[in-house]
Design a binder for this molecule. Structure first.
Ligand code: 5GP
Ligand code: MN
Length: 324
């Protein structure tokens, strides 16, 4: 895994950098943002950390999480370089960044999604990397940037969350070696797993009970839906659906799991696939993206409309891939 030379030069030479991660950020987005951000700061650079959405509660323990917010116009104007993390297209960082000052700067994209559309001026995309945080750790190592306990904790969180605690099929020896280096630098794996995977509220349990009550399964696809009424009845938020698709993915005799969540007149879809099945194309075709085994999209429509679209596209993909 080697970052392009022009990426290294841009990062080393810039004094003021703006780092951005994607909407509804997950552990890899926030972990990469903070990990790379802290390392660059400790190397003496001025770094602004931006994300269009708030940090989920289970990631708020990370150092610096409280300062992440939408990029202010001053930060945009002052930055010499913009680094976009874990995002496969421009929509992932929201429209506010499609502004003139933004486009006038060199934009670096660091990402591991196979569906990345290469929208930066310099794109470093490694689909075999298990997490963008793994790529950031490698970049820091190759550039000789500071790696202390704070940096390591953030990056380890990114690797742990995107690999579902080293369980995904892309968890190679290289991933474990990267995680080992972070643990050696002072990050506690036990702290990360406890914080990240032990954050359920009663409202979330109530929502999962309802969502699991509505599960359906047909032709090797398992799915469920979360409506606005369900969220309201439980006092839960759309973030409380995180993990539901992974849970369904563990169902015997299924190839694909899908969770559909009603959100502001749109539907957000989370998809998971078994090893040997690739649903990144289905998600990409419906306006999103992701990895072969984990993908998603957000699309205008009702739950019933999106269910129809995603199920027919999924069954078509399964037939094409010789699974049905
Ligand atoms: P999750 O189901 O955990 O929200 O997302 C699974 C994977 O799909 C992640 O790698 C995420 O980046 C990708 N993904 C989810 N939603 C979208 C989307 O709306 N657009 C794109 N491009 N990727 C998405
Ligand atoms: Mn990721």
């Amino acid at each position: 895994m080697t970052p392009p030379d022009n990426l290294k030069t841009l990062i080393l030479e810039a004094q003021r950098l703006l780092l951005i991660c994607h909407v509804t950020p997950d552990g890899d987005a926030i972990g990469s943002l903070l990990g790379l951000g802290w390392s660059l700061r400790k190397a003496g650079k001025q770094v602004t950390l931006a994300c269009p959405d708030t940090t989920p509660t289970e990631l708020q323990f990370l150092p610096g999480a409280d300062e992440i917010g939408p990029a202010r116009p001053e930060a945009l104007a002052q930055a010499e370089v913009i680094v976009i993390l874990d995002s496969s297209d421009r929509e992932r960082i929201a429209n506010q960044y499609a502004e003139a000052p933004f486009l006038a700067k060199p934009v670096i994209v660091i990402d591991h999604h196979v569906t990345n559309v290469l929208f930066g001026d310099v794109n470093w995309v490694e689909p075999t990397a298990a997490a963008t945080a793994q790529m950031c750790a490698e970049l820091i190592r190759q550039l000789g940037l500071p790696l202390d306990e704070e940096v390591a904790l953030c990056l380890l969180t990114g690797i742990v969350t995107d690999t579902r605690c080293f369980r995904t099929s892309n968890t190679t020896a290289e991933v474990l070696a990267a995680a080992t280096r972070l643990i050696e630098a002072g990050a506690s794996l036990a702290d990360v797993t406890e914080r990240v995977f032990r954050d359920n509220s009663l409202a979330r349990i109530c929502l999962w009970a309802r969502a699991l009550g509505g599960v359906q399964m047909k032709d090797r696809v398992i799915w469920t839906e979360v409506s606005r009424e369900m969220l309201k009845a439980c006092g839960a938020g759309t973030r409380d659906t995180t993990g539901l698709a992974n849970f369904l993915d563990a169902t015997r005799d299924t190839d694909v799991s899908i969770v559909l969540v009603e959100k502001n007149g749109k539907v957000e879809a989370s998809m998971r696939a078994q090893r040997g099945v690739d649903i990144s194309g289905v998600a990409f075709g419906l306006g999103g993206g992701g990895h072969p085994q984990a993908a998603g999209f957000t699309r205008q429509g009702t739950l019933a409309e999106i269910r129809e679209q995603v199920l027919s596209a999924t069954w078509a993909a399964l037939r094409e891939q010789g699974r049905a």
